[in-house]
Design a protein around this ligand. Structure first.
Ligand code: ATP
Ligand code: MG
Length: 462
């Protein structure tokens, strides 16, 4: 493949590595395709050839690179390709016989209901599936509660609602019972919406289904408001969260500005990654210091947070600090029981870094400036943000991702995840997604850009 760069030197790519997807035909003894896509015979929508994806259509993972003087791109990892998402001309499942199951697991995230709605509407309207079931309250619903029959009429306004109408939960992952449940209910398509833990569970379900040689397609739709899933550009709910975070930052700014030596402190979601905090900082423009889990920080001494805030208060009379929930966890003293505390899914419980920082700020000021007024207003908008319905951008994302997932499963792909890579939706093996994380690269231009905007210290101890 020859491509012309700006200055018209031809350069060539080395071979592309295709990230192959599991397909039901690989392990089924009788891998029969059902026939042409029913959209072909839709009386109103006459799909043009451009509507369908070719099985050779791919999306390239890395599009930013550095050319060597000889005009080649250096790292082989720059040439990973994923199968492009979208409808196929031939489908594997007979929609009139298909029984689809949809489940939501983990914490809330704006857009879960939109994905649910679009899975139901897409299966029903695009493919004519009539047996669509919701699994209640997470993975345990496969074996503990009867599934709920879903129809477009029932879900028509779900995209306007926050939360998940199906309910969600942590824990309750019993592989044998779940796959038995899938078999007993006769489900042949399973749509799993959830975070990193849910995706690790989805891999196990897919592998068990393959071991049992069942004609069941499994797909995961990553739900993470923190945007910590690797490979894909972003996950749904993220944009809504950033937008809502603005309101909290704005309120903190107003409080800080109206006080004498006022500090507005906002804690935002982000257990392992600071994407929400970073994007909210860049878009709000009122933030003086942005603290994320990917970089450490310290309070006392030269280049520390107190020194920086002291200067800001002297110059401007107020300051706004935004911190991700996972930042500074190693600075907070933990009791033995806090050290061992786990949630129902076995995740380590995070301590409230905002409450801790507020108290440390007060102690510092009282010690160093006992005669001067000082106020810290701490806002934690987490549950408010998680509970809202998705905004327009996220609703569009949810619709696309749900329809792409349906097209992929209908085509016979299994054990995969759908998401945008460089703006184009692609199918990615579940295992690849579960193994990669999307962290803020603090050595990259973007983080330095944040620091250039806030002018905050790098917190590298001298
Ligand atoms: P989030 O952290 O964004 O709220 P999550 O999907 O990571 O979402 P968890 O509570 O960790 O949330 O997991 C959701 C479900 O996945 C639970 O039912 C849990 O039991 C199951 N699960 C988590 N980790 C695994 C794993 N390694 N293997 C199998 N199941 C898992
Ligand atoms: Mg998780």
């Amino acid at each position: 493949l020859n491509v012309h760069s700006d200055d018209h030197h031809a350069f060539s790519f080395s071979p592309v590595t295709l990230q192959k997807l599991p397909h039901l035909s690989e392990y089924l003894e009788d891998p029969q395709y059902a026939g042409p896509n029913p959209l072909d015979s839709n009386p109103f929508f006459h799909p043009s050839d451009g509507f369908y994806m070719n099985s050779s259509d791919v999306v390239l993972r890395h599009i930013v690179s550095r050319l060597s003087p000889s005009g080649t791109l250096d790292s082989p990892s720059h040439h990973l390709a994923y199968i492009r998402a979208g409808p196929r001309k031939n489908i594997f499942f007979d929609p009139t016989a298909t029984r689809a199951a949809i489940v939501t697991c983990g914490g809330l995230c704006p857009g879960m209901n939109t994905v649910l709605r679009e899975l139901v509407v897409g299966l029903w309207d695009l493919y004519g599936v009539r047996q669509i079931y919701g699994i209640k309250a997470g993975y345990r619903g496969f074996y503990s509660t009867p599934p709920v029959e879903l129809s477009p009429k029932m879900v028509h306004n779900w995209h306007m609602r926050g939360g998940t109408v199906l309910g969600t939960s942590r824990g309750g992952f019993d592989l044998t019972k779940i796959v038995d449940g899938i078999q007993n209910h006769g489900f042949d398509q399973v749509y799993i919406i959830g975070g990193d833990g849910t995706m690790r569970g989805a891999i196990k379900i897919f592998e068990e289904i393959r071991r049992r040689k069942l004609r069941v397609g499994v797909t995961g739709i990553p739900k993470t408001v923190d945007n910590d899933v690797g490979i894909i550009d972003r996950s749904f709910g993220f944009q809504t969260a950033v937008e809502m975070a603005q309101q909290a930052i704005h309120a903190a700014h107003v409080e800080a500005e109206s006080a004498v030596n006022g500090i507005g402190l906002v804690k935002l979601m982000g257990r392992n990654t600071g994407h929400i905090t970073l994007h909210a900082t860049l878009s709000s423009r009122d933030v003086d210091c942005c603290l994320i889990p990917e970089t450490g920080f310290y309070l006392e001494g030269k280049g520390g947070l107190f020194e920086f805030l002291e200067q800001r208060l002297k110059e401007r009379g107020h300051a706004v600090v935004v911190i991700a929930e996972g930042a500074g966890q190693d600075l907070i003293p933990r009791t033995k029981s806090q050290e061992e505390e786990r949630d129902d899914s076995g995740n380590r419980v995070f301590l409230d870094v905002g409450a801790w920082l507020k108290s440390e700020l007060k102690k510092w000021w009282d010690r160093d400036h006992p005669q001067e007024l000082f106020t810290v207003k701490y806002i934690d908008p987490t549950y408010m943000i998680r509970a809202v319905a998705a905004n327009a951008t996220d609703n569009l994302y949810c619709t696309l991702v749900a329809h792409s997932a349906i097209h992929g499963v209908m085509a016979g792909y299994t054990g995969f995840v759908t998401g945008p890579i460089n703006g184009n939706h692609a199918y990615i093996p579940l295992i690849d997604v579960a193994q990669t994380k999307n962290e803020v690269n603090v050595k990259d231009h973007k983080w330095e850009w944040v620091r250039s905007v806030t002018n905050q210290p790098d917190f590298l101890k001298p």
